[in-house]
Design a protein. Structure first.
Lengths: 376, 334, 294
């Protein structure tokens, strides 16, 4: 009993102290700093810190006619929905943030969204591609495209450009992103006149895919679609090649990380994937971001970093446009964003939480991501 | 000299504590609704409440029965999905939605628990641990493959039903039922099985049936926690109920002390509060330190286990949470 | 048809070899101090990382130098963990030790994440990587064969150590009766330390192979640790032969489920079969039924 009372007193005292501090304009960030996608959390934090430094170096953010410094409060949601809910409660009620960037995975954004929605705090997720995240919600936005759009584009590319007649898919059945795209691809590819000859799955954290790939090899597809994360794809391709599977391979935006080539080496040559942007296209905004990021962190840029960086600036632009740091006004300003010129392309919103933006097809050539074509 | 003066009944007893807990939570909820009390604290209290239900119920099997079950999160999943489906699909009046969905969750989890128990209690010890863990994985894997349940995407848009008062009421109810069970004839039989299953069988305890009662009850209450959770978070996904959740429940249980219901409460409060304190303290020192939270928390756990081998409470109980007639504490000699 | 079956069996053998290297540590530690060492999966991860760091620090370090060195270092870490975190609790209730082990595991995961970074890494391929055609159509890479054979060799060495040396006899004696052993003048602390060292070294070998064949990341020990634990229990926890058998059985069931039933329900079907097996043999395949006195 004594311990209980003691710890509760300590808790309240500490929370009290934490609550009193003045942090300037506070914006919350919910990121998976630990847990299975911690690499992504690191990029998220890097991108946010880079943006914060830039904004505050200019004196801060212009609200009305005065400049205000900005603080990003970055919390670890461990890539767990339960923790994300707690993080959102803390950011909104304790740190009194005016908006939240995050979270990254769709399952976490989905857990935070009801809290942001009922508190009337705008939430902007950089990387959650599940259509459910924004559906029917007023305060929830994202800065990436959604699964159905991408699945459709990949299927079209495989059928029309690559001239594939048969296709096989290997995807993570326990992960919503992978499953979402795989299913759209299957339907769209069949609709375009192709035939799916293999639809195999594995579970998150599996590292051996030989059993599935053996089966796919038996079906002899023209093309293999791997809508999986960059840390798994190289293993899948390496194992496929070792088993003698020689067909073409395509992927999705979850490939976008230089680790892909670092891990996969020359096995990655000649593969294609859809992405939000292409680093080698002559877009000043992309080039500038990549250069600054590399210089500051000495780390390669991935999709999560670029999308987070864009999310921060969409938000900052919205706050400046609203002219006041008031959640409702910020929400309206985000919703009416038009032609935002970011690192990942031109982003507009029309009415829903989902942006209107294009995609590009990237080809891996000589160990580099090279622009192949654009889709809109 | 008078012999053994009758002790004055203390005001601090289960009934009074329960009533004041309910009143305080109702008050806090009200203040929170008016913006006078930090919702974040309310959220932490709600999490504590739901975890108490999970841990206290697992204590029945792992503490009192002395088995090592590793599948509690699986039953939580059954309760959560059942309750969510009832709340979303049956056109129930709002007043009935929460109680009926929770009842459905409890019933479904209890039923699955009973069936799983029938199978797993054919094994003992670490083999039982594996079979329960296996069922946990099977349940999660099955949900991932059922598109009607949202598959790996989970279920979104579950109506908000649970608030702090509901949680508090469920905690009090759970605690009351489990405490009385532990002190009933069944409780004695569980303890006797824990101390020596063969000897218990010889004195006429139907070991497998009595074990399965504990298992079913524990699963049913895990289902209650799941049902509350689904309608609190309004979103559930199968991965939330895998063995990581199971081990989290285990850690809170053993942190508090096996075979002590008050210990379970203490374990949950300590664990949850420590995790949030770390978040706040580290954030206050420097925003860069959020990373260290998951490094420091296991260290704290190890240090506590090294200094307090039997958990924070061991197998002692808070007197005021015990039934009145109890003279000597139950659960000594693990 | 036959060629795919053989191919799939080879796939299972490689996976089983890695499971076995981890499961052996589980089963040995369990045999001596009845601890389910939940940190063991993370020792396996640590072994992989120590190997990775060695190769990165001294580029071109050959595998024959790197692997024993990494095994030695990991063995030291294993002994250190036993000394600092487990020894005090040896006579406490069993579950305190299990929870402590869980804590140690989470600590190791996060330590590696903070020190080396959360990204997945691959050890430079040092095993010969050519493709061998066994007979018409069945191809297998040399590294796969080597991994299977080196693992089996390590297991044989372990078996000989346990059954043919004095220290091994002492370990088996500790497993039989901890108290009587001390009366015989055997240094219990020493025997347990050696057990941890050997278990950790084998896990390190597993981690290095894993990093060569697949990739390593700070959290890889969680899932593989659980799988190896399951394999050890299926085989009959405490039994060395059982752990090896259980590992190949688990890998076989997993691979064949994917190959001939359904990859969607891999975990479900695999665990269903394993539960069935435990119902038929409630003490695992090689486990001895525990004698109980009333």
């Amino acid at each position: 009993m004594r311990q209980l009372v003691w710890s509760l007193v300590a808790l309240l005292a500490l929370f009290g102290v934490a609550g009193c501090e003045d942090k300037g304009l506070a914006i919350g960030v919910s990121a998976p700093l630990s847990g299975d996608i911690a690499a992504l959390g690191q990029s998220t934090r890097n991108a946010v810190l880079l943006a914060q430094e830039e904004i505050n170096a200019k004196g801060g953010i212009r609200i009305g006619d005065k400049l205000e410094k900005i603080t990003f409060i970055i919390e670890d949601d461990e890539n767990r929905p339960e923790s994300t809910a707690t993080v959102f409660q803390k950011l909104i009620n304790q740190d009194r943030v005016v908006a939240i960037i995050g979270s990254q995975s769709s399952k976490c954004s989905n857990a935070g969204a009801p809290i942001a929605e009922s508190a009337g705090i705008p939430q902007l997720s950089p990387w959650s591609t599940n259509p459910n995240v924004t559906r029917g919600r007023k305060y929830v936005f994202r800065s990436c495209f959604i699964d159905p759009f991408q699945g459709k584009e990949v299927a079209k590319f495989a059928r029309d450009t690559m001239k594939a007649r048969t296709a096989a898919v290997l995807y993570d059945v326990a992960s919503d992103y992978n499953k979402g795209i795989a299913e759209v691809f299957r339907d769209e590819f069949a609709r375009a006149g192709g035939r799916i000859v293999g639809f195999e799955t594995y579970n998150t954290n599996d590292k051996d895919f030989s059993a599935q790939l053996c089966k796919i090899k038996g079906a002899n597809p023209d093309i293999l679609f791997l809508p999986n994360y960059f840390n798994e794809v190289p293993l899948q391709i390496q194992q496929a090649r070792k088993l003698g599977l020689t067909c073409k391979v395509i992927g999705s935006d979850s490939w976008d990380n230089p680790e892909l080539i670092k891990l996969g080496g020359r096995e990655m040559e000649g593969t294609y994937f859809t992405n939000h942007y292409s680093p080698d296209v002559d877009r000043p905004a992309s080039r500038e971001f990549i250069a600054k990021y590399r210089k500051k962190f000495n780390a390669p840029v991935d999709a999560a970093a670029a999308l987070t960086y864009d999310s921060v600036y969409i938000l900052v632009q919205a706050i400046e446009k609203a002219g006041k740091a008031e959640p409702r006004a910020i929400r309206d300003a985000i919703a009416s964003t038009k032609g935002f010129n970011g690192a990942t392309g031109t982003i507009s919103y029309n009415g829903t939480g989902d942006p209107v933006k294009g995609a590009v097809i990237i080809r891996i050539k000589n160990g580099k991501f090279v622009f192949d074509s654009a889709v809109n | 000299m008078s012999v053994a003066e009758p002790k004055r009944a203390s005001l601090v007893n289960f009934r009074n504590v329960a009533i004041s807990a309910l009143v305080v939570t109702a008050l806090l909820q009200l203040l929170g609704g008016m913006g006078l009390f930090n919702q974040y604290y309310l959220h932490i209290l709600a999490i504590i409440g739901m975890n108490i239900i999970l841990v206290v119920s697992l204590n029945l099997v792992n503490g009192y029965l002395g088995e090592f079950a590793l599948g509690h999160a699986g039953f939580m999943a059954v309760g959560a999905y059942t309750a969510a489906l009832i709340a979303m699909n049956l056109q129930l009046p709002t007043a009935l939605r929460l109680p009926l969905s929770l009842a459905g969750g409890v019933a479904a989890a209890g039923l699955i628990g009973y069936l799983v128990g029938l199978v797993t209690f054919k094994t003992v010890g670490d083999y039982l641990a594996i079979t329960t863990l296996g069922f946990n994985m099977i349940i999660v894997n099955a949900i991932q493959n059922i598109d009607y349940l949202g598959g790996p995407r989970g279920l979104t848009g579950i109506p908000k039903g649970t608030d702090l008062i509901t949680v508090a009421a469920c905690v009090v109810l759970t605690y009351w039922i489990l405490r009385n069970l532990v002190h009933s004839g069944y409780g004695r039989m569980w303890l006797s099985i824990r101390e020596n299953a063969i000897a218990s069988g010889l004195i006429g305890v139907n070991v497998n049936r009595v074990k399965n009662v504990a298992f079913t009850v524990a699963a049913a209450f895990a289902g209650l926690a799941g049902g509350l959770w689904a309608q609190y978070q309004q979103f559930i996904t199968p991965r939330s109920f895998d063995y990581l959740k199971t081990t989290e429940i285990l850690v809170m249980l053993y942190l508090g002390g096996m075979g002590s219901l008050s210990g379970s409460i203490l374990g949950v409060v300590f664990y949850t509060v420590t995790m949030e304190l770390l978040r706040n303290v580290l954030g206050m020192i420097s925003p860069q330190l959020a990373d260290l939270r998951m490094l420091l928390s296991p260290l704290i756990l190890v240090v506590i286990m090294l200094t307090r081998q039997y958990g924070l409470m061991g197998n002692r109980e808070w007197r005021w949470l015990q039934p009145k007639r109890e003279e000597s504490p139950v659960g000594t000699g693990a | 048809m036959l060629d795919t079956v053989i191919q799939q069996l080879l796939n299972a053998a490689q996976l089983g070899a890695v499971y076995a290297l981890i499961a052996l540590g589980y089963t040995m530690v369990y045999g001596t101090i009845r601890l389910i060492n939940f940190a063991h999966g993370d020792i396996f991860m640590l072994g992989g990382y120590i190997g990775f760091l060695l190769v990165t620090a001294v580029s071109g370090m050959p595998l024959v130098v790197m692997m024993p060195l990494a095994m030695l270092l990991t063995a030291l870490v294993g002994m250190l963990i036993e000394r600092v975190a487990y020894r005090r609790l040896r006579n406490a209730q069993r579950m305190s030790l299990v929870i402590t082990a869980l804590g140690v595991g989470i600590f190791l995961e996060n330590l590696v994440r903070l020190l080396v970074g959360p990204q997945a890494r691959q050890l430079p391929a040092q095993l010969p990587n050519g493709v061998v055609e066994l007979f018409n159509g069945v191809v297998v890479t040399e590294d796969k064969i080597l991994i299977i054979f080196i693992s089996l060799a390590l297991m044989v060495i372990l078996w000989l150590f346990v059954h043919r040396t004095l220290m091994g006899t002492a370990m088996r004696a500790v497993a039989d009766n901890k108290d009587a052993v001390q009366l015989m003048g055997i240094n219990l602390n020493m025997v347990i330390a050696v057990t941890f060292a050997i278990g950790s070294a084998l896990a390190a070998a597993g981690g290095i192979f894993f990093g060569q064949a697949y990739s390593i990341d700070p959290y890889m020990g969680i899932d593989l640790g659980w799988k190896a634990f399951i394999a050890a229990v299926i085989g009959g926890i405490g039994s060395i032969e059982g752990a090896v058998l259980g590992s190949f059985l688990l890998a076989g069931v997993e691979v064949l489920t994917v190959a001939y039933l359904s990859s969607n329900m891999k975990n479900g079907i695999a665990f269903g079969l394993l539960i069935l097996l435990l119902l038929l043999r409630p003490n695992g395949i090689m486990g001895r039924p525990e004698l109980k006195k009333v």
